[in-house]
Design a protein around this ligand. Structure first.
Ligand code: ATP
Ligand code: MG
Length: 192
């Protein structure tokens, strides 16, 4: 669990505009990637350019890939850059997965630094950091030094404490109920 900063927010509701935020959506409840997508949808409506880099490619064809195409590449791009691996407890980390993570990170950082985008989502980056496929110190240092106006959202379970510390906004999704526990499988349009 992470400490709340509600108290610190009081009196700070009108700070300067156009400050790029470092945002983290973590926790084991459902809603991290979809929260990032909701923010992306809002940002597109405000004329912001959005990129989502997916560090882990899912096994389904996700609806958001087609929805982003409907919006247009000049507004929102989603790039699946992982291999779709699921790490099973105890298994060795595959060097090929590490290489692909590094490649995705190098690419994503270059896009952040290019200032071509106003919002960059690093989907499931928390997951790959927690499995030691990316160095947290390196990621946090680079994100902290990013161009000032660029918003970055990092999603995934088990956000690293150093990233939580560096972030401006951290929300932890907590599972209250999930249909999976009743044996209800992933639903089209809701889960993928
Ligand atoms: P979503 O993409 O729906 O916002 P998420 O990003 O919070 O989910 P992930 O950890 O990325 O969650 O898991 C992706 C998939 O696992 C989704 O299909 C999601 O519905 C499912 N999922 C998420 N949380 C849970 C949970 N607590 N129990 C079972 N399945 C879950
Ligand atoms: Mg997710």
């Amino acid at each position: 669990m992470y400490a709340s900063n509600t108290g610190a927010r009081q009196g700070l509701s009108r700070m300067s505009q156009d400050k790029g935020l470092l945002i983290v959506y973590t926790g084991s409840g459902k809603g991290k990637t979809t929260c990032a997508l909701g923010t992306a949808f809002r940002a597109v409506g405000q004329g912001l350019r959005v990129l989502m880099v997916q560090f882990i490619k899912g096994s389904w064809h996700y609806g958001e890939l087609d929805a982003a195409k409907m919006l247009g590449d000049d507004k929102m791009e989603i790039l699946p850059m992982g291999r779709g691996f699921v790490k099973v407890g105890g298994a060795e980390t595959n060097p090929e997965d590490v290489r692909m993570c590094e490649e995705a990170w190098t690419f994503a950082l270059a896009q952040i630094q290019s200032q071509k985008y106003d919002l960059v989502v690093l989907d499931e980056i928390n997951y790959v950091i927690s499995y030691h496929m990316l160095d947290p110190g390196k990621v946090v240092a680079a994100l902290t030094a990013r161009p000032e106006h660029v918003h970055v959202i990092c999603t995934g379970r088990n956000a690293h404490p150093a990233l939580v510390e560096a972030a401006d906004l951290v929300t932890e999704m907590r599972e209250v109920k999930h249909p999976y526990t009743k044996g209800i499988l992933a639903q089209r349009g809701i889960d993928y």
